[in-house]
Design a protein around this ligand. Sequence first.
Ligand code: UDP
Length: 460
Amino acid sequence: METKQESRISPRNGRRVILFPLPFQGHINPMLQLGSILYSKGFSITIIHTKFNSPNSCNYPHFDFHSISDGLTDPSAEDSTTILITLNAKCMVPFRNCLAKLVSNTNNNNAQEDSVACLITDFLWQFTHVADEFKLPTIILQTHSVSGYLCIAAYPFLRDKGYVPIQDPQSESPVIEYPPLRVKDIPKLETRYPEYNYPLVSAIVNNIKASSGMIWNTFEELEQAALSTLPEEYFGIPVFPIGPFHKYFPASSSSLLSQDQSSISWLDKQAPKSVIYVSFGSVAAINETEFLEIAWGLANSRVPFLWVVRPGLVDGVEWLEALPRGYLEMADGRGYIVQWAPQQQVLAHPAVGGFLTHSGWNSTLESICEGVPMICQPCLADQMVNARYVSHVWRVGLHLEGKLEKKEIETAIRRLMVEAEGQEMRERITCLKKNVDACLRQGGSSHQALGRLVDHILSF
Ligand code: UDP
């Protein structure tokens, strides 16, 4: 699909950028969007990717793709953290070899090859400093919010202060150093290998400190306070908040699952702002009891709903088997369920009035960009921080806390979709949406940051 931006492509500048996405949907989308943005600015793009969750190269005929082995034997049997640990343990050698080949090709070859300017790598890769061997500058792509990242990076500090591991009696207490977070909003790093958390965090921070820059999928007007704290901690490392990326290039071409377009034809038949869209992203999983609580919360709210039930969302269940027979009929035909939706199109659809979300950073940004207020049900990692910011800083959504229960869900949906409180949130998020439009315009904050990023890469 050609977008307005693609039709405004700068002339080639003779420089190549190598991108190395982490192979999860929420990381692949922003990295490939960034690739498209830099391509539109004249750079040639090479993607190094794992075999696991490899992007569809056919959707990017102008990029050069290189696959490396990843050592995963049965990823479907593992949780995302275990996969991350394995990838970081097994990918270093294949990545280094691939990089060596790419760099030497351009160094030794004829003048027709673009010279490699830098590597751009996801912040969760731990070994990409091997690029130093080839004197290749590395820029880190941050796929979380600034506030979410800062809280993860502060893990050792939070441990020393006694906030983590989280003890139940103190979970409501404020984290004085990180307002408005409470102890229970500190990112949950749930893993089978808890001893791995601290080395992971320090590797992330050290990689950033050794890098030549940080790119953020956020914009200044949204996260000004958090962005202003970065120079203190990361002195001298240039920071480029150029987001939201998906407003330059949509994520549909980097979707790993096929997006069910019938969602849009179903939405076409609904009244303006009447539908609550429900999705927990690509990784979060819930149990069967929680799934049924959501199902009844949706049905009892009497609000029309479009629900993404990704295969694998419910532990131990293939897809919809846990739903009572005739559930959708019982919901009076007000509901529609798909396995995967064209989310950006859904959120931009006039019929959508709210989003029940797991508060992944891409989903949060996509909702803000379309002016859709949220109900947040965070599950892990930075999602807890995002939910707190949505409900208590930007005040554009409700935060479901505690156990997932049908009555709570029904009440939250009605508060957001029907009551005056929801209308106020909608007005506030419409103001944020206007900031998005302004930051991307000529002279806007993200537009300027992108100009600085392009100059920075050309200076290597
Ligand atoms: N997404 C999608 N279709 C869906 C659900 C999600 O295309 O049905 C996309 C969504 O637009 C977003 C990404 O998947 O870009 C999910 O990223 P996020 O950071 O929100 O959550 P994660 O999947 O990483 O937990």
